[in-house]
Ligand binder design. Structure first.
Ligand code: SF4
Length: 308
């Protein structure tokens, strides 16, 4: 069977789907705040990665009045095997009022730490870097006390685009490696493991702030040794903060989960990260790069470690 959107999503001769484990079952939060966050998102017509990627934490994060903005539209020019954001070959033009709408919704949500991610815009020469800058400036103008975390694409390796974004000095720069080297061609067919590491390396050289963050999803068929090697690779290029979570299949057209990683294994990855000198590793079945981002940033600030 070949899926029209991306032939690499073909799933052949796969073993039986693993049983959904007890540790991933949880009850949904209730309460007015959940709906209030949704109504603010709606009011400003903003996109959140929480909704577009069907993040498993969206109800709990919305209930805590937290969301992660998805900038540059809601359709992506790539079609990674794991990600449920809509794919398009012909993305819409950038919206001039997007920076203001994001800034005002962040203000109304009362966010103290604002996380902004983006779809990959391979159709734009700068990959969307200039629009991201406009967003960051507008967000700061309307939320002067908030800290900023930017989670970007690889800008197709465009160092100028990266520099444009880093010149705005977000408190945290994030780019996710997503998976181990062996699985990258299958999971992120328009990106590459090496290009992501190069981008992180350039970011850590260019960037004078403390935190370069990257993340991994597990359960795609990687071995524990490959996870450890990826953590070492991240450390070597200057990553200081790593998030590790369980991949979950958001819809039928996405790649299947190969294995469910027990919580104790995530604890071991956290310990390993500390042992090799990573400043902070946040690992757990529900961890995503933006989960509890405000709390993670607060922890890092408290540690006050001069890593560089
Ligand atoms: S973990 Fe991040 S992407 Fe997921 S719902 Fe929370 S804020 Fe949104």
């Amino acid at each position: 069977m070949t899926l029209k959107k991306n032939p690499l999503h073909v799933v052949e001769n796969e073993p039986k789907k693993p049983t959904f484990p007890a540790w991933l079952r949880r009850s949904l939060p209730k309460g007015g705040q959940l709906y209030k966050t949704g109504s603010i998102v709606k009011k400003y017509q903003i996109n959140t990665v929480c909704e577009e990627a069907k993040c498993p934490n969206r109800f709990s994060c919305y209930a805590k009045k937290t969301a992660t903005f998805l900038a540059l539209g809601k359709s992506c020019t790539r079609s990674c095997a794991f990600c449920d954001i809509d794919f398009t070959k012909t993305p819409k033009a950038l919206e001039k009022d997007e920076p203001l709408r994001i800034a005002l919704s962040a203000k109304e949500l009362g966010l103290k730490h604002i996380v902004i991610t983006m779809v990959a815009r391979d159709d734009l020469d700068d990959g969307g870097a200039d629009q991201l800058v406009q967003i960051m400036r507008k967000v700061r103008e309307h939320n002067p006390k908030a800290t900023l975390e930017i989670l970007t694409s690889d800008f197709s390796g465009n160092a100028d685009a990266l520099k444009t974004v880093l010149n705005e000095k977000p408190e945290i720069f994030n780019h996710n490696v997503e998976t181990v080297e062996r699985l990258s061609p299958k999971i992120r067919h328009k990106a590459s493991y090496k290009r992501s590491l190069d981008l992180l390396k350039k970011a850590s050289h260019m960037y004078k702030a403390k935190y370069i963050k990257s993340g991994l999803m597990l359960g795609l068929g990687e071995s524990p040794e490959e996870v450890l090697k990826t953590m070492r690779d991240m450390k070597e290029v200057g990553v200081t903060v790593v998030t590790i979570g369980q991949y979950l299949q958001a819809s039928r057209k996405k790649i299947r989960v190969k294995q469910f990683i027990p919580p104790s294994m995530f604890d071991r990855y956290e310990d390993y990260g500390k042992s090799i000198g990573l400043l902070y590793v946040y690992a757990g079945p529900f961890v995503r790069s933006s989960l509890n981002a405000k709390e993670v940033h607060a922890l890092l600030s408290k540690k006050n470690t001069n890593f560089y």
